[in-house]
Design a protein around this ligand. Sequence first.
Ligand code: EPZ
Length: 415
Amino acid sequence: MDKLLIVGGKPLRGTVQISGAKNSAVALIPAAILAESTVILDNLPELSDVAIYSEILTEFGAVVERKGDQMIIDPSSMRSVPMPNGNVKKLRASYYLMGALLGRFGEAVIGLPGGCNFEPRPIDQHIKGFEALGAQVSNEGGAIHIRAKELRGAKVYLDVVSVGATINLMLAAARAKGVTIIENAAKEPEIIDVATLLNSMGARIIGGGTETIRIEGVDSLHGCRHSIIPDRIQAATYMIAAAATRGDVVVDNVIPKHLEAITAKMLEMGIGIEEMDESIRIIGRPDYDPVDVRALVYPGFATDIQSPMCSLLTQANGTSILTDYVFSGRFKYIPELIRMGANIKLEGRSAIITGGQLSAADVQATDLRAGAALVVAGLTIPDGITTITGVEYIDRGYDRLVDNLAGLGAEIWRE
Ligand code: EPZ
């Protein structure tokens, strides 16, 4: 099993380029199933989740070619085959196959998704939406069976604001008969990215990025070329790592608007920030103020960044409170930070963090962003070697993490 080793204490300096967004890529790849000719995706990140998704599409009969950061998907020869097991169980976002296969073939059998299981993650809102469009859904032996004679547009009110359910319903509704309205939709930038791709394929979707999305179904969709938006979570992780090491880093190829919640919190802590058109410069300072952070749906502070943020808050002078209103139990990394000497108490869905120096330890990443939190923590520790296992989680979502950090002057390597 691979591990990451870090000798920290060196301020990060230089420029890091941010790749395309994982959470867009894993929705855009299945969205290509809905087309009847070739879809080209540019700015694709180099991630294990992306590699698994391309294998899954091949198993359905698509022809998938990878050229650098480009993926060329020819879905014309695809067929709908039941996929109760295998690769679909390796990643959470395989749930998008349900909406995409349903939209193209009127049926799908997909094993319940795996992925980062930091807490139970229900998909009842996805299913409620498919049923509203006229599909019959059953759970047989751990696989979801979905079938519809004809998908018909409908009004769907999501009881919880869900990124996955919003995207899945857009996929299923794009080729349905009539108009679908999704109310209480999620507004994350990745949703706009999927709507943009679908519209370039000939779909009629308006309101992506707002709480009401209107989808007028069309008979068929065609191929197109689309460039994936930058990964705001990777970007925020490097911003946090730069600040935590008191470095000076330009995070390049970002959309600063997508990072407003994190830049606001960093400014509140006293971190120097310069915003350019497509980059953000982080200027570390010796002392940081404690802050209270609430992870919320977009445009609030992203739950995906609360774990690395927790590591940054261990560097503040005083006590901060970090609360996750999206996933109440996304705190499995905290015992590992405590093993590194952090002073953190968990109370319900809040972590109470009192700043202080951390110390090197052997720790285990329990999910993707937990891994990022441990890397940030390790980068702050000058004495000893921090060893992180569970690297396979980090590979799911961080494109060339070790090379990028080493390029900024960090002493980090993989064994
Ligand atoms: C997406 O997960 C992301 N994954 C997650 O990224 C991210 O943490 C999450 O959105 C929130 O931003 C992908 O895009 C592939 P949700 P998703 O449905 O869509 C509840 C990462 O580290 N809920 O928006 O699965 C749910 O339990 C990750 O990159 C229901 O109750 O999240 C949660 O409390 C991991 N029923 C809340 O809604 C449902 O049917 C939001 O979840 C669906 C969700």
